[in-house]
Design a protein around this ligand. Structure first.
Ligand code: ACO
Length: 320
């Protein structure tokens, strides 16, 4: 029976994202260990609410990225195609890196070159080691960039599609607005005397005016790439941003644009830890007065709403 269903693919399942560590000399002999593959979380901004693609049997769309430079390659495969099938590349084009190529041999050459030569851009802020499994030879490094930072605009155009794929409701940001700031996280791996870099995640933020002469810094997109999630990197990135905001006199407050549940958890946990360390919850007595919340918010550059939430969590913790 030739049912209609077999000609419909779920777009998030059909798209395979591959992070490729192209070790020179390995040729086209793809070593499983050097490719990490996963599906996007969201493709509805590209393929529509239903996340469906019509007209192909056993459709596979591969988006390969060099793990450090994010140079990319598009390819697709299927068993059969109807003449009226959806046009896939044309539909995806506006969301993919401008310099994505479809020549796999050329991509392998570029990825091998970048594996050796790619270095992060911007000002290095700090580094740390992780005790996550497999990270024994790794150091994680933060870099701060703006759109006028050499090589960042190009890198940002490559990296933006991950916001679409993994952050619900994300859109491509205006990269001609020089006020944007970004913090990038890279893994530096040292093996056999060779240093290579992998992209781990990023956050971008926008400075809004805070009357009369300060800034409200708003975290807009915050992402840790799937292979690096649940290893503490999100918390490290959040702490790194917060420390930076605290050290800058012009910044009055840190806010977050549309935080989802996972991000809210991460934010609560880290803010609680910080406020705990500062002794804010010592001698905690309900009810908490409004001016106490305002004073803590002003001192620690958090929103009043977030401070009220932290007090609530601290009171609940006390009840336990
Ligand atoms: N082993 C096991 N678990 C660990 C380890 C470890 N070594 N280290 C930390 N964890 C746990 C934490 O305790 C935490 O547990 P909990 O969820 O039970 O509290 C959990 O892992 C997550 O903490 P982190 O590892 O610090 O966070 P992560 O690096 O996974 O980043 C984030 C979280 C940013 C939400 C990430 O999952 C992500 O990027 N998701 C997709 C995009 C997204 O949702 N972004 C936020 C949108 S909102 C916005 O952009 C403003």
């Amino acid at each position: 029976m030739n049912s209609l269903k077999q000609w419909v693919a779920n777009s998030s399942e059909a798209v395979n994202i591959r992070l490729v560590k192209a070790v020179p000399g390995s040729g086209d002999d793809e070593d499983e260990d050097d490719i990490i593959e996963f599906n996007p979380e969201f493709t509805y901004p590209i393929f529509g609410e239903q996340e469906q693609i019509f007209g192909y049997k056993d459709l596979m769309i591969n988006l390969e990225f060099a793990s450090g430079s994010l140079a990319s390659c598009f390819s697709m495969g299927y068993k059969e195609k109807k003449p009226t099938a959806d046009k896939i590349y044309a539909t995806m084009k506006d969301f993919l890196p401008e310099d994505i190529i479809d020549n796999h041999d050329l991509f392998t050459q570029i990825a091998q070159r970048d594996y050796i030569s790619f270095k992060p851009m911007g000002t290095k802020v700090s580094e740390y080691r992780s005790n996550a499994e497999g990270a024994e030879n790794s150091v994680f490094e933060f870099y701060h960039c703006k759109f006028d930072t050499p090589r960042f605009l190009e890198f940002h155009k490559r990296m933006q599609c991950f916001a679409i794929f993994f952050i619900e409701g994300a859109s491509i940001i205006e990269d001609t607005d020089e006020k944007w700031e970004a913090r990038l996280l890279f893994e530096r791996v040292t093996e056999n005397g060779q240093e290579t870099y992998n992209f781990v995640g990023y956050s971008n933020m926008y400075p809004y005016f805070y009357y009369p002469d300060q800034i409200r810094m708003r975290i807009s997109q915050f992402l840790i790439m799937p292979p690096y999630q649940k290893q503490g990197h999100g918390s490290r990135l959040y702490q790194s941003l917060y420390n930076d905001f605290c050290s800058r006199k012009e910044i009055r407050e840190m806010t977050v644009e549309d935080p989802n549940e996972e991000f809210s958890d991460l934010r609560d946990k880290n803010d609680m830890k910080h406020l705990d360390a500062k002794g804010v919850f010592n001698d905690l007595q309900a009810p908490i007065k409004k001016d106490r919340i305002e004073q803590v918010a002003a001192t620690y550059k958090l929103t009043k709403r977030q401070v009220a939430r932290c007090f609530e969590l601290a009171l609940l913790r006390k009840l336990d």
